[in-house]
Design a protein around this ligand. Structure first.
Ligand SMILES: Nc1ncnc2c1ncn2[C@@H]1O[C@H](COP(=O)(O)OP(=O)(O)OP(=O)(O)O)[C@@H](O)[C@H]1O
Length: 265
């Protein structure tokens, strides 16, 4: 079995008297695309921020690449941060920087690479997500919503991370754009041998990408496994979330995908 890239142990999160996570455990292994699902307020975003070292849990351990990131010092945490990329829900590009400079910025921050190399690498990353050198000169305000997502993805991949975090990657995209963004993530996952952790409410995206699903309910991860295994569990949240009307179509997609895979064998 592949080594855990993320290991969360006995994690508690409490805001005043309000307990969000209680003895939560989770492992993400190399090469997985793990989706975190749960009801509104179940603590998905908080958990994601804790994995990124942006928020500290009340108790417990969050290990990324074998290190407890909440006990690592500032310099060490910065080094670890260079090994993962994050795609925020709304793209979060710097509006005052051109598309190219947005992607170049994480490389410039390292302060060691020559400018020419940075420009070439940024253009290469943009090419990987289907953005032309001409569009690379544009400002973020002049890009479409779908392009902003692609540029934000190129920026998240700028430092060739081993791990990629995605927060609602297809939110705000129409179904066609959403589908093409999903295939882009899927091919980059293979090409770059990435491990991916994502939060999504969109069942089409969830079933199209996830190799594993972690379900957050009752303040813990109540289920972790392959999509097919997880949706078969009798927990009431799981049944409501996956097997309502909106879940049925997504499930058909999962079955089609399975048939294609079996066909290809
Ligand atoms: N800094 C904070 N101070 C107080 N309460 C907080 C704070 N951050 C999060 N919470 C609370 O913790 C709970 C979990 O929030 P979180 O945003 O992680 O949930 P979520 O599962 O991502 O929800 P959604 O799907 O609606 O985005 C919520 O009840 C939220 O109000």
């Amino acid at each position: 079995m592949a080594a855990p890239i993320i290991r969360i142990r006995d994690l508690w999160t409490q805001f005043d008297q309000f307990v969000v996570h209680q003895d939560l455990n989770l492992e993400v292994r190399q090469g997985e695309i793990l989706s975190l699902v749960g009801g509104s307020g179940s603590g998905k975003t908080t958990l994601l921020r804790q994995m990124l070292g942006l928020e500290k849990p009340t108790r417990g351990h969050v290990e990324v690449f074998g290190e407890d990131i909440h006990r690592a010092g500032g310099a060490r945490l910065r080094q670890l941060r260079n090994r993962w990329g994050m795609l925020f829900q709304h793209g979060a590009l710097f509006s005052a920087l051109s598309t190219l400079d947005n992607v170049a910025q994480p490389m410039r921050e390292l302060g060691v690479l020559p400018e020419e190399l940075i420009r070439d690498a940024a253009l290469l990353k943009l090419d990987m997500v289907g953005i032309t050198p001409k569009d690379a000169q544009k400002m973020p305000a002049d890009l479409s919503g779908g392009m902003v997502k692609r540029v934000a993805l190129a920026r998240a991949l700028a430092l060739e991370p081993e791990l990629l975090f995605l927060d609602e990657p297809t939110a705000g995209l129409d179904p066609d754009l959403s589908e093409s963004f999903v295939s882009l993530i899927s091919s980059l996952h293979q090409q770059m041998r990435l491990t991916v952790v994502m939060v999504t409410h969109d069942l089409d995206t969830l079933f199209a990408l996830s190799t594993k699903i972690a379900v957050l309910a009752d303040k813990r991860v109540i289920a972790l496994g392959a999509p097919k295994e997880v949706i078969a569990l009798p927990h009431s949240f799981i049944q409501r979330f996956f097997l309502g009307e909106r879940g049925k179509r997504a499930l058909e997609v999962l079955r089609e995908k399975e048939m294609e895979t079996n066909h290809g064998k």
